[in-house]
Design a protein. Structure first.
Lengths: 185, 416
């Protein structure tokens, strides 16, 4: 099925308001789904014999920075029997008004791949996947503070008495800002 | 064998500051299962992170009932080197050495995926000189053989066969010397660049490579006879760790794990990137010859068969490199390398087949910077290992060693 057919199918099943945005200019067009309904859409895409997305390739958490104030979670789906792809996306605020991590429904009950990938997104980007069976840190240490891939993340001074940035080699030895001068616009 | 973690009350006692043991154990690593809540007869064992059979720094929390495993919880992250954080601060071409260090056993394959992904964003995929493409495929397949040799060899050690390991490492050494001749490095090459290659192949490489492939053919038969068709090996691996196909797909397994479970799925064929559509090779799938489809033996047999297929591909690449894509004095493999790598604003997920399965990179380019806004590596081992608890429940402790080995994890890639 092509991207447009899948989109029609989702609209026919859930109504137009479920899609809050899309980008067809991108080389891999993507749909932005209403965050609360994500699990329903995924369940439909998984179990509908016309789409049958049985393989969740990748989940990416992405922080757009404090100015934009949004977080994105990107789901790359693939159907092995039909050989078609779909990119889904949900957009949510960086922090809830009460200061807790934003909630995104889990898809672990549909694809077990999501289990570890969501744990990783929680660990590095700071997204709370609701109803996840086992949401712990996976790559960072269990008592690490903060979420390193957030744009406003600050490295801790010490971790268990060890200096985290123990050397400012680049600043001292002449690489100061050199790289960014060369490559950043 | 695994060391026994301090259990229950003993752990609390030892971690008390007043305890005489407090100097030895200040703080144990966290476990998912609470030792106090285990059922009668169950025991919490800790394997790793420094354990020879875990292939790196993987820690397994194992709940056993006698000799039977009731649950396994992998704890990963001991080799986390913030690849994604680094990738957000470096230009695309400067990240290639980091990519090498992710999957250090198949660095050429990782580089190839990265380079193809960035080329696709730049829109220069499919325009590269054919000689460059054939050299890329050639070195990637050489690296695939080397990686599979190490996988099978160390697997043999895990289950107690030492000789095949030495034999396989001897022949892997030939590949590493060939690749060292090409790139200057034994394992971490930085050879495949975005839009081209670091250098052309050295003069005389094609002949030496062909010599090596001729030498390799009888060795592959030999390996099969001494290891894979060995009665002891079959007894240790057949019908152990059976991974049903639907579970494999649902957990996102790929590569030999997925093919071992009986699905003919290889991204080299499915996506047909680079020059793979022109090359002839088969995709071996697990058929359960010695036991059930999807057992440890199948997974290793797939790897052995893939070495044969890879050598077929290498022969065809050499044919092309010696006839229609011949070396010419004015051939510059860096000719297509862009001086400034600045893709348009876009998001791209690019995937390709490495020895361990589907390696994918997700890029978000802003169009205003040479640096990716976000780069995520989807590593095949990460998903492959997550199925471990599913397939090792109910087997013996010694069989779990066999199962962990058959997944063929590289912790550098798993933890990124």
């Amino acid at each position: 099925m092509s991207y447009n057919e899948i989109k029609e199918l989702i609209i026919a099943r859930f109504g137009t308001e479920i899609i809050t945005g899309e980008n067809t200019q991108n080389p891999q067009p993507f749909l932005i789904i209403k965050t609360e309904r994500l699990a329903d859409v995924c369940q439909e895409l998984f179990s509908n014999p016309q789409t049958y997305f049985d393989y969740l390739a990748c989940i990416t958490g992405l922080d757009n920075g404090p100015e934009a104030g949004t977080l994105e979670v990107i789901y790359n789906l693939y159907s092995i029997p039909y050989d078609h792809h779909l990119t889904l996306k949900v957009v949510t605020e960086r922090l809830t008004p009460t200061g807790t991590l934003p909630d995104v429904p889990t898809v672990t009950h549909i694809w077990r791949t999501a289990d570890w990938h969501e744990r990783e997104a929680y660990d590095l980007v700071g997204i709370n996947f609701t109803n996840h069976p086992d949401l712990r840190r996976i790559l960072c240490a269990h008592d690490w503070e903060g979420h390193p891939l957030r744009r406003d993340y600050e490295w801790p001074e010490y971790y268990h008495g060890l200096k985290v940035r123990y050397d400012n080699h680049n600043e001292v030895n002449g690489f100061k800002g050199e790289y960014f001068k060369t490559f950043e616009s | 064998m695994p060391q026994v973690l301090i259990l229950g009350n003993r752990q609390k006692e030892m971690s008390q500051p007043s305890s005489p043991y407090s100097n030895y154990i200040i703080q144990a690593e966290p476990t998912l299962h609470n030792p106090d809540n285990l059922k009668a007869g169950e025991m919490l064992l800790n394997m790793g992170p420094q354990h020879p059979s875990t292939h790196g720094v993987l820690r397994l929390e194992v709940i056993t009932d006698g000799e039977i495993i009731t649950d396994v919880v992998p704890h990963i992250g001991y080799l986390h080197r913030c690849f994604e954080k680094h990738a957000e601060t470096r230009a695309y071409n400067l990240t290639i050495p980091f990519v090498d260090r992710m999957d250090y056993l198949a660095a050429m394959n990782s580089e190839h995926v990265w380079a193809m992904g960035v080329e696709k964003m730049l829109g220069i995929d499919g325009q590269l000189p054919r000689r460059v493409e054939f050299i890329r495929v050639l070195v990637a397949e050489l690296n695939r053989i080397a990686s599979h040799f190490l996988a099978i060899g160390t697997y043999a050690i895990d289950i107690g066969a030492y000789t095949p390991f030495l034999w396989m490492l001897r022949d892997r050494e030939h590949i590493q010397r060939l690749l060292e001749w090409v790139s200057g490095a034994r394992m971490l090459y930085n050879y495949i660049w975005i839009g081209g290659l670091y250098y052309d192949l050295p003069i005389g490489f094609e002949e030496r490579c062909r010599e090596f492939i001729d030498y390799l053919q009888p060795k592959l038969d030999e390996f099969e006879d001494i290891l894979l068709k060995n009665k002891i090996f079959i007894d240790r691996t057949a019908n152990i760790g059976v991974l049903p196909l639907n579970v494999a797909i649902n957990y996102g397994c790929s590569g030999p794990m997925l093919r071992g479970s009986g699905l003919k799925f290889d991204l080299r064929r499915v996506d047909g990137y680079s020059v793979y559509p022109e090359l002839e090779f088969d995709i071996p799938v697990g058929q359960g010859i010695m036991g059930t489809t999807g057992d440890c033996w199948d997974r290793n047999y797939i790897r052995a068969l893939e070495c044969r297929e890879s050598s077929k591909i290498i022969r065809q690449c050499l044919d092309h490199l010696e006839t229609d894509c011949k070396r010419t004095p004015d051939f510059d493999p860096q000719a297509m390398c862009p001086k400034k790598i600045r893709p348009k604003e876009q998001e791209l997920y690019f995937r390709a087949e490495t020895p361990r399965g589907e390696l994918g990179y997700f890029f978000r380019a802003t169009g205003k910077s040479d640096i990716p806004f976000r780069c995520k590596g989807r590593s095949p081992c990460f998903s492959n290992l997550s199925v471990l608890h599913e397939i090792s429940r109910g087997c013996m402790v010694a069989d779990m060693i066999a199962i962990v080995g058959s997944v063929d994890i590289v912790l550098g890639e798993l933890d990124r």
